[in-house]
Design a protein around this ligand. Structure first.
Ligand code: PMP
Length: 389
């Protein structure tokens, strides 16, 4: 008979986020803290550069790896910012967003049944991407006391002879944590000890605050040959809808990813690739402006939560805060459901990102200050009413 893939049926549809989103959508005055997407429109000069290329008739497929001038710009930018050197011809592939970069990296690495270590809590897509590739996602609990970073013991205790890779995401969705050099060294130590790959998701690397150090794990001894670096234009340049990202790594892995592109997508969107060249060449000031704006919002949200008694570890990156809601006596799901029903404010339960997210909620501050203030005011009312019982 007609049977569709059982395995893909078991990939959950990231249950809670869409549910919150649906609940939010149906109420007119709902204010949402849910989306992990810049509220800015792509900077004008980037849009103009893309339009110009369309007018010139650049409407065709490109190389499977993406156009060479873009790969050259990526190489230059990484050399400058990350202090890593990747050859545009062979070590860089342009992807359909960071998501496709992650997906293709996993596809290129795993055999059926291989295990990939992911932080718990972590970005909801990882489990789906791993399962769709016939591999197994192994959650490694990380804790607030460690700033939600991996520790040596935690990582090591989950390694088996099936372990193939560690996914490292810094700055982190959902916690806003930034991995320190020490954490990078810890991950590197485990990767070297057990001969593992590291898939390094750095899509938020330009959103780091308080002059916190940024480090690319590939600079550590022995790591370049086992690191697949995944980045995206989505968050850095407010380009989510353009669907463009890239992956860098050792030649054999990038060669596989590029070959698989031929069958999956042919090439990333051509117009977006031209836009991306302009972003890398002339977008630094836009990034700085947006980072400044996110930083203001970040401080507003963190200070407000702390003042309300929802203690909030200071997120140093991305655009999320992950306040602890344990002292309300509610579970994460109860908190979120009641908040949306009573006050029409949508946030995401920490458990959407893994079991260890229990007791936390994720709040995105990629919204205007005006919007954030309304939502924060309503959360304060909600907490006051909870206290009164
Ligand atoms: N990684 C992380 C941690 C993310 O939060 C996101 C977007 N939410 C992505 C990757 C992928 O984004 P995109 O495909 O738009 O680049």
């Amino acid at each position: 008979g007609l049977h569709i893939s059982q395995r893909n049926i078991t990939v959950s549809t990231c249950g809670i986020v869409p549910r919150m989103y649906d609940l939010a959508k149906n109420k007119k005055d709902t204010v949402s803290f849910v989306l992990g997407e810049p509220d800015f429109v792509t900077p004008k000069h980037i849009i103009e550069a893309a339009k110009k290329k369309l007018d010139e008739g650049c409407t065709h497929y490109t190389d499977n790896a993406g156009i060479l001038p873009l790969r050259q710009e990526i190489s230059r930018a990484l050399k400058q910012y990350d202090k890593v050197d990747y050859d545009p011809e062979g070590e860089i592939v342009v992807t359909v967003g960071g998501m496709m970069g992650m997906y293709m990296a996993i596809l290129a690495l795993v055999n059926p049944g291989d295990e990939i270590l992911i932080a718990d809590p972590s970005y909801t897509n990882y489990v789906g991407e791993i399962v769709m590739n016939r591999a197994v996602a192994v959650p490694v609990p990380v804790y607030e006391k460690d700033n939600f970073n991996f520790t040596y013991e935690n990582l090591k205790s989950r390694v088996t002879d099936k372990t193939k890779a560690i996914i490292l995401n810094s700055p982190c969705n959902p916690t806003g944590g930034v991995a320190t050099r020490e954490t990078m060294e810890t991950v590197a130590k485990v990767a070297l000890e057990y001969d593992l790959y590291v898939i390094y998701d750095a899509v938020y690397k330009h959103l780091i605050y308080n002059d916190t150090d940024y480090i690319n794990i590939a600079v550590l001894d022995g790591m370049r040959e086992r690191t697949i670096y995944v980045d995206s234009f989505s968050k850095t340049y407010a380009m989510t809808g353009w669907r463009l990202g890239y992956a860098l790594g050792p030649v054999p892995v990038i060669a596989q990813m590029t070959k698989l592109h031929q069958y999956g997508i042919m090439s990333a969107p051509t117009t977006a690739q031209y836009a991306a060249i302009e972003a890398l060449r002339n977008g630094d000031r836009d990034v700085e402006m947006m980072r400044g704006e996110y930083d203001m919002r970040r401080r507003l949200v963190v200070d407000s939560f702390n003042a309300m008694g929802l203690t909030c570890f200071e997120p140093l990156g991305a655009f999320y805060v992950f306040p602890c809601i344990k002292n309300t006596g509610l579970t994460s799901e109860e908190f979120c459901t009641r908040l949306i029903v009573d006050k029409h404010v949508a946030v995401v339960p920490g458990t959407a990102f893994g079991e260890s997210g229990e007791g936390f909620v994720r709040v995105s501050y990629s919204y205007s200050i005006k919007h954030l203030k309304i939502a924060l005011e309503r959360i304060k009312e909600f907490l006051d009413e909870l206290k009164k019982g």
